[in-house]
Design a binder for this molecule. Structure first.
Ligand code: AP5
Ligand code: MG
Ligand code: ZN
Length: 213
């Protein structure tokens, strides 16, 4: 099964993708997580991506598409995957379709998580992230068992550099301009499913698993 998670920054794509990954034993492929891991490890790719991410704008397609295609070509993606944060504009979606078509393959479902902008800012301010394993927490909604420490891998949690209020506003603008058109794109393909992302985390998950089954 090949699943795309769509939604504004902070809609809960990463949170749900991780739960889907565990339940269905599929790899969780997040371009944002790949960039953050590269920044942490001080790679050339990380240095290049950081400038864009800190401003809340998209990393150029030529860089992002290559990274994504390399990732989904790996062995563990053979039986499917969950894409979180990719595609993020129409050109990325078109490249993905074209590459899958060459393999006689296609995306099965695009899940759009809807959360109004007002709720997003609040969520982002309380978010804490693990750059080692990609787990996501919220100081009020989803606190880790031990403050500042990842439940899953024991690494220190961070406040993401791009979660400052100004940057979040930029990311929301970029989302509305460049990513939201993908809702029509996948609706026309007949594979879009819309989920109310303002529900409690477990209710969102239930809605998604109902769609997948
Ligand atoms: P990326 O890492 O993808 O960030 P994003 O899309 O902005 O989304 P977030 O990760 O911020 O939010 P999320 O939807 O995953 O929400 P989460 O589950 O954490 O991208 C970052 C940057 O990388 C981009 O700005 C860009 O520069 C670059 N980039 C990445 N991909 C790219 C691409 N394809 N092309 C070009 N550039 C790219 O949840 C948010 C918070 O809410 C958490 O604290 C969580 O605990 C909490 N929460 C989750 N669900 C609920 C709920 N139901 N109720 C209450 N709280 C909840
Ligand atoms: Mg995320
Ligand atoms: Zn972790």
């Amino acid at each position: 099964m090949k699943i795309i998670m769509l939604g504004a920054p902070g809609a809960g794509k990463g949170t749900q993708a991780q739960m889907i990954a565990e339940k269905y034993h599929l790899p969780h492929v997040s371009t944002g997580d790949i960039f953050r891991a590269n920044i942490k490890n001080g790679t050339e790719l990380g240095r290049e991506a950081k400038g864009y991410m800190d401003r809340g704008v998209l990393v150029p397609d030529e860089l992002t598409v290559r990274i994504l295609l390399d990732r989904v070509a790996q062995e563990d993606c053979k039986n499917g995957y969950i894409l979180d944060g990719f595609p993020r504009n129409i050109p990325q979606a078109e490249v993905l379709d074209k590459e899958l078509e060459k393999l006689g393959d296609k995306i099965d479902v695009a899940i759009d998580m809807e959360v109004p902008d007002e709720s997003i800012i609040k969520r982002m301010m309380g978010r804490r992230a693990c750059t080692a394993c990609g787990a996501t927490y919220h100081i009020e909604n989803v606190p880790p068992k031990k403050e500042g420490i990842c439940d899953k891998c024991g690494e220190a949690l961070i406040l993401r550099d791009d979660d400052k209020e100004e940057t979040v506003k930029n990311r929301l603008n970029v989302y509305h301009e460049q990513t939201q058109p993908l809702i029509d794109f996948y609706t026309e393909k007949g594979i879009l499913k819309t989920v109310d992302g303002t529900q409690d985390m477990m209710d969102v998950f239930k809605t998604i698993t109902d769609i997948l089954e």
